[in-house]
Design a protein around this ligand. Structure first.
Ligand code: ADP
Ligand code: MG
Length: 326
């Protein structure tokens, strides 16, 4: 066979090589209180845009299901009624609550969706936090064991319990978005929802280089990590915060105290799915570097980088410390 004939045969068998026509397309939307950014590698700009719209629709659907700011959302209905009587909820929400309870179990309660029993009293925009008396009154309601989930029925065993999926929902939404991308036949992409991202494939023969924000300098990147085919989530105390009496009051609460978790500046987790990396980044932030990395080492397929409150960087075994590189 001549060379051109072989080439034609190869193209017939495997399609056009991807570098002939495909390009990167970027689309962005504001959903779930954050900027969503989607990069796709596709030969057809119109198809890429259609697919991006399907992804954004899916994220919006999840937002409506899980937002505690929407009074008619399913989660708001649970918070209003589940302490009074048991409720039938959607399998999707029940599944996510069940996962959340699992992360509570493996973290000794560092991850706890009932944090919201106190968390609702914080308003970071208006610099409001509960006073000591209100905190002491609400604190006993934080305990994931108050949540009784039986199939698709939920009940709170304690009055005053509220739940919020803010520590896991964005990662879940990213995974759902990626499932939508797969159904469009896209095999190279990156979908980011603020601190939660998933990379499908690579950047075109090279990994994506993901910057981890410097926790104390909004203009700077603390570390750059090359990543392909993975989920990555970062939780930081610089996302939503204000200062009161010289102390940083931020949005990740220690369920034991009902106050902002201390000990970490940021926690980054990589692994196969964004729901898990999202929940684990919040978990590691609360646990701190030593306990957090010990937890990660016990889980197959996950790695972490924790920047502690002295600015020291801690790595799990899958990340080589730059100092130790030869
Ligand atoms: P974000 O990407 O929004 O910064 P994170 O993954 O860092 O999210 O998680 C922070 C969010 O998780 C908070 O805004 C809150 O909704 C929720 N949260 C705060 N503390 C806890 C906790 N101890 N356990 C579970 N969820 C929490
Ligand atoms: Mg998280």
């Amino acid at each position: 066979m001549t060379l051109p004939a072989r080439l034609v045969l190869l193209i017939l068998l495997f399609g056009l090589p991807f570098w002939v026509q495909a390009e990167w397309h970027n689309a962005q939307r504001d959903i779930m209180g954050t900027r969503i950014s989607l990069d796709t590698w596709h030969a057809d700009a119109t198809r890429a845009a259609e697919c991006a719209n399907r992804v954004f629709e899916e994220l919006r659907r999840i937002e409506v299901l899980m937002s505690t700011y929407i009074a008619t959302s399913e989660i708001s209905r649970i918070n209003a009624d589940a302490a009074v009587s048991s409720l039938e909820i959607s399998p999707e929400l029940a599944g996510l609550i069940e996962k959340s309870l699992y992360f509570s179990d493996i973290s000794g309660g560092a991850f706890d969706i009932t944090y919201a029993s106190v968390g609702y009293a914080y308003d970071y925009r208006n610099k409001q936090q509960p006073d000591d008396e209100a905190l002491a009154r609400a604190l006993p309601a934080i305990d994931y064991r108050h949540v009784e989930l039986d199939g698709n029925r939920i009940r709170f065993r304690h009055a005053g319990v509220r739940i919020d999926l803010g520590g896991i929902a964005k990662g879940y939404a990213v995974d759902r978005g990626v499932a939508t991308l797969a159904s469009c036949g896209i095999s190279r992409a990156m979908l980011s929802a603020g601190g939660d991202s998933r990379i499908i494939g690579d950047r075109g023969g090279h990994p994506w280089v993901i910057g981890i924000q410097h926790p104390r300098d909004p203009e700077a990147i603390a570390l750059r990590v090359p990543l392909s085919d993975t989920a990555v989530s970062t939780s930081g105390d610089y996302e939503r915060f204000f200062f009161a009496d010289g102390e940083r009051v931020h949005h990740i609460l220690n369920p034991k105290t009902g106050k902002s978790a201390e000990g970490s500046w940021s926690a980054t987790v990589t692994g196969p799915d964004a729901m898990t990396t999202d929940a684990l980044s919040t978990t590691l932030f609360v646990l701190g570097a030593v306990e957090g990395i010990a937890l990660i080492e016990s889980l197959e397929g996950f790695d972490a980088i924790v920047i502690d409150h002295h600015g020291k960087v801690h790595y799990s075994s899958g990340f080589k410390e730059p100092e130790s590189e030869s």
